[in-house]
Design a protein around this ligand. Structure first.
Ligand SMILES: *Cc1c(COP(=O)(O)O)cnc(C)c1O
Length: 453
């Protein structure tokens, strides 16, 4: 009998994170300031605690997971590796499809995997208060949960339009003791400036990041926390792929194709990087990062230095980007609307270790509906991009008559995103076509920044 879920005991959970920076053949370009000069740890010291800055810049291959962090992760980890037998039957494919179920965390996505260590390291450094921004609300809820566990105050600047549209995410943050404020707000100069100029603005992630960073640097014992993109966030997420590798060993299989959706890149990095270590060591496999066709930084962007926010408060990072001035259309996969891709994931793409694919919204919702019907789990709209790519791969395996092993990351569930499904079921969703003209303003926003040497 083939088992439907491959599990690990708590004692089998990995005890160290995997840092891919140690294994790249060519090193990543360094982060730089606006003058084009590499920045040192001190440049970040008002924003992040030094122990996390050290992790951000580390090139050690393995970084130990502190015991209190492991203890907190046991609330839901290790997560099972599921065999998607129902989806295989629905597709009539000879492929064996597996998924890592990251929807089982307290907030329903993989983001808790980094929220927990970030709260822990801040606490260790003597920080008492965290600030962050949230768009759709997944990161804000994950950080609220982690801050509560480690006894930190937490303030979340939530993009105003989402604050109104997603009151349930607000309730979750409040339940875990965080204060959630619609952005732009009157609490910061950045927010007051925007409100004075455009009182009716729906807000944006770029504005909310500027507010959260300003709040952190102007208050004592306060630091800022980011939910994706940075090296240390991708590092924390590798627990996903490290567990999955152990789980595949238990059933004597190895994936031929590894798939995950990519917004800022952290859940993709989390599943893929431990398998990339095998690929770098010579094993043949394909690794596919799936972005939204309406925010196509890897397939249609440029590899360049760019900032993480509109106000350009962050250092410049080497990444595939559409430009920080890019305004993404209002697709339901809110987590895939960021303009840039994590430097580590961007570098892996440049090095030819991974492929990128872009899929439009409707194909993803159809894939999600098939998955919900055959596996019973309602996927997050973001995760549905990984499912749509997996279905493409499984159908190709069927055409070729190959028994390929495919694994994808189910980065979260969609039970708090049912309004998106409602629009889909009511036939109100459309695909948004990006053209050279719609992409040009974003690319122009980085024309005068330092170039990657
Ligand atoms: C935030 C989010 C994403 C996108 O972020 P990454 O950093 O690219 O992983 C994907 N899926 C879910 C469920 C999310 O909450």
């Amino acid at each position: 009998m083939s088992s439907r879920k491959i599990t690990l005991s708590e004692s089998e959970m990995p005890k160290a994170w995997y840092n891919i920076a140690a294994d790249f053949a060519r090193p990543m370009p360094p982060p730089v300031g606006k003058d084009g000069k590499p920045i040192g740890p001190d440049a970040l010291a008002r924003v992040f605690p030094m122990n996390l800055i050290e992790q951000e810049m580390s090139s050690e291959r393995w970084i130990e997971i502190p015991e209190p962090v492991r203890a907190a992760l046991y609330q839901w980890r290790p997560t099972p590796l599921h065999r998607a037998a129902g989806l295989e039957r629905a597709l009539g494919t000879p492929a064996k499809i597996f998924f890592k179920n990251e929807s089982l965390s307290p907030s329903g996505s993989h983001k808790n995997n980094s929220a927990i260590p970030q709260a822990y390291y801040n606490k260790q450094f003597g920080i008492t208060r965290l600030t962050t921004e949230t768009g759709a609300g997944q990161w804000g809820t994950a950080l609220s949960h982690a801050a509560r566990l480690f006894g930190l105050e937490c303030r979340v600047y939530m993009v105003r339009v989402s604050y109104r549209q997603k009151p349930m995410r607000q309730s979750l943050m409040r339940l875990w003791g965080a204060r959630c404020i619609p952005s732009p707000s009157t609490e910061t100069q950045a927010g007051r400036d925007v409100l004075a100029a455009t009182p009716d603005t729906p807000g944006s992630l770029g504005i909310a990041i500027s507010e959260a960073i300003e709040d952190a640097v102007t208050h004592d014992n306060t630091r800022y926390a980011l939910g994706s993109v940075l090296n240390h966030v991708c590092l924390h997420q590798t627990i996903i792929g490290l567990e999955a590798r152990e789980q595949f060993k238990k059933i004597n299989l190895r994936p031929d194709v590894v798939v995950a959706c990519a917004g800022g890149g952290s859940n993709f990095a989390g599943l893929a990087f431990p398998f990339l270590a095998d690929k770098i060591a010579g094993r043949d496999m394909r690794v596919v990062a799936v972005e939204s066709a309406s925010c196509p930084k890897m397939t249609r962007g440029v590899y360049a230095y760019d900032s993480g926010d509109v106000a350009m408060m962050t250092p410049l990072l080497p990444m595939f980007t559409l430009g920080h001035g890019f305004i993404p259309p209002g697709i339901h996969a809110g987590g895939l609307r960021f303009h840039g891709m994590a430097p580590t994931v961007s570098h892996a793409l440049r090095e030819g270790l991974i492929e990128a694919s872009a899929i439009p919204q409707l194909e993803c919702f159809r894939a999600a509906a098939l998955f919900a019907g055959s596996e019973g789990i309602v996927p997050a709209p973001e995760s549905s991009h990984a499912i749509a790519q997996t279905i493409r791969e499984a159908l190709r395996a069927k055409e070729e008559g190959r028994e390929r092993v495919i694994v994808f990351n189910l980065s979260g569930h969609g039970l708090l995103d049912l309004s998106g499904y409602q629009d889909f079921l009511d036939g109100k969703l459309e695909d948004f076509e990006q053209t050279e003209a719609t992409l040009r303003p974003g690319i122009e926003s980085i024309a005068n920044l330092p170039k990657i040497g």
